[in-house]
Write a protein that binds this ligand. Sequence first.
Ligand code: NCD
Ligand code: ZN
Length: 348
Amino acid sequence: MDRIELLRPADWHLHVRQGEAMRAVVPASAAVFAQALVMPNLKPPVTTTAAALAYREEILAAARAAGGRAASFVPWMTLYLTEATAPQEIDRAVDSGAVLAAKLYPAGATTNSDAGVRRIERIYPVLERMQQRGLVLCVHGEVVDPEVDIFDREAVFVEGVLAPLVARFPGLKVVLEHVTTAEGVAFVREAPETVAATLTAHHLRYERNAMLAGGIRPHFYCLPILKRERHRRALVEAATSGSPKFFLGTDSAPHPRGAKESACGCAGCYTAPLALPLYAEVFEAAGALDRLEGFASRFGARFYGVAESTERIALVRRPWTVPAAVPLGEGEEVVPLRAGETMGWVVE
Ligand code: NCD
Ligand code: ZN
């Protein structure tokens, strides 16, 4: 098979930053994906519906300016939950029709998560309202306890925080974002229908050797951190299983080169320009290209209760080289994953 057609896909976990950086990176996602769920970890975080709607207008303007397929890109918004979020804010979010989720960042778990949640009990009234109103809870599933090894933080979170949360709010729709472990996958698979997970292309394609063997490669550093091969295999099995609980979320997270190539490099992999070809590479290696469309274009929309795209796009087998770097505005550049390397599929 040298050409596959699929419904135009959706990215259910995307960082597009703000200002010039946003205008620089939106076109790469919008040119391929019909819709995306935009993450709220800006400075300051997007904690209100009003801020989310203003941010959405900026993203829409950037997509329209790019033209072509990007002009019809639909950004869906996410609220950043803090311990001060009021249940009324959930009502405003749902009533806006443009906010599909609220995000739980355990404080300190990842990039710009300092304003996140320290004690989960403090957001129970908000979760109650989300359950009533049908607003999806997106979860960064890692504990922040410094005594827990960084490679174990997801599994400890799933058992100690997520499982009790799902039991306490049985009607709440929950997405375990960027699941990276066999334990996370098993939990989602066995959980009720209200629970789903996104999978990134980089966690499906790489295990931790890519980041650490033969030299330390900061552009592979993200959170949750890449795990060992046994976990990667569990992720591929989930993504290619045909289960509607597992769908595409790139977690494409651009940072300026200098912030990554540093003595204390920050977390996040920029994958937007190569995301769909990278997923295709993984599905092909698993002999499951026929299951890519469900994963990439259908299951997420179904979970979020929005329409899937009616447009079609094609993936064509043709080699191309990922650029060494792409502009990020304000004189900065971002190094994409696989920079300078060849991809076997191209989006047409
Ligand atoms: C993300 C970012 O840079 O915003 N970083 C990452 O490593 N994934 C935040 C996140 O989703 O954790
Ligand atoms: Zn993310």
